[in-house]
Design a protein around this ligand. Structure first.
Ligand code: CAA
Length: 263
């Protein structure tokens, strides 16, 4: 792949969008390569992912404006669908994805970070949805996910005004969970991913599914979703080992887990 790299560190995978000359802007090829990188993740060996951008300046500076500039209405809609399908794949990916936002996260950059489970950023990060200044709406989920994450009022303010916000403001409004120096960001993302990966993998996957699916349902349906995923954990090796360790007072014993597809 030309614009996306993948590294494996233990049970953690690191996906890096690598098109620094265009501040990692998302053209069709970059989008396709992100999809390929996720599809190639070995879910037997990987329990959490980190998504970041190459270079010191930008996470992702949005969808590629040059590529979008000549699109027809139908082509614009198709480009939106392409991004939306891939970002939805990230959002519903079986294992947690942490966005390590290392600079500009504008337009499609803010949107791809919002399709991740958790966002942390560096102190030079800038978030925003500048689309109305370009004569378009956000098109890769921004009108939907921003309101769900930071609330309707703040999302409307950011989207209607196209005013970018800095890392500290992103932290204040709950768009990111933590801010680090540029040097500390990736190690912090990997450390959090490794902590997630140290927990029982079926349980972590089921938590992700319960939270995501539950948020799309009313409370009566949502608690049933939880009950089923809670029940699904029982009789697994992880549950037996996890509870067995507690009952044996062997808190040091690591969870004994078997490859996911063999459970
Ligand atoms: N698309 C294509 N190229 C981009 C780009 C983008 N979104 N963002 C940056 N680049 C390119 C620039 O054209 C430039 O290329 P050249 O060196 O070949 O001229 C290179 O990256 C470096 O950018 P700048 O010289 O502009 O760097 P800067 O430090 O002066 O400014 C910036 C940085 C403020 C992020 C500025 O590049 C910028 O405003 N970029 C566009 C941000 C934006 O509007 N994003 C939203 C796109 S729309 C969208 O994403 C729709 C959607 O929801 C799907």
């Amino acid at each position: 792949m030309e614009f996306v790299t993948y590294e494996q560190e233990g049970y953690v995978g690191i996906v890096t969008i690598n098109r620094p000359k265009a501040l990692n802007a998302l053209n069709s090829q970059v989008l396709e390569e992100i999809k390929e990188a996720f599809e190639a993740v070995d879910l037997n060996e990987t329990r959490a992912l980190v998504l970041t951008g190459a270079g010191e300046k930008s996470f992702v500076a949005g969808a590629d404006i040059g590529e979008m500039s000549t699109l027809t209405k139908a082509e614009g809609e198709a480009f939106g669908k392409k991004g939306n399908d891939i970002f939805r794949m990230i959002e519903t990916f079986p294992i947690p994805v942490i966005a390590a936002v290392n600079g500009f996260a504008l337009g499609g950059g803010c949107e791809i970070s919002m399709s991740c489970d958790i966002r942390i950023c560096s102190d030079n990060a800038v978030f925003g949805q500048p689309e109305v200044g370009l004569g378009i709406t956000p098109g890769f989920g921004g009108t939907q996910r921003l309101a769900r994450i930071v609330g309707v009022g703040m999302a409307k303010q950011m989207i209607y005004s196209a005013i970018n916000i800095k890392a500290e403001e992103a932290l204040r409004i709950g768009l990111v969970n933590a801010v680090y120096t540029q040097e500390e960001l990736l190690p912090a993302a990997k450390k959090l991913a490794a902590k997630i990966a140290s927990n029982a993998p079926i349980a972590v996957r089921n938590c992700k599914k319960a939270i995501n699916d539950g948020l799309e349902a009313d409370m009566d349906q949502a608690i049933v979703i939880e009950e089923k995923l809670f029940g699904d954990c029982f009789e697994t090796e992880d549950q037996k080992a996890g509870m067995g360790n507690f009952l044996e007072k062997d808190k040091e014993k690591k969870l004994k887990v078997v490859p996911f597809q063999n459970r």
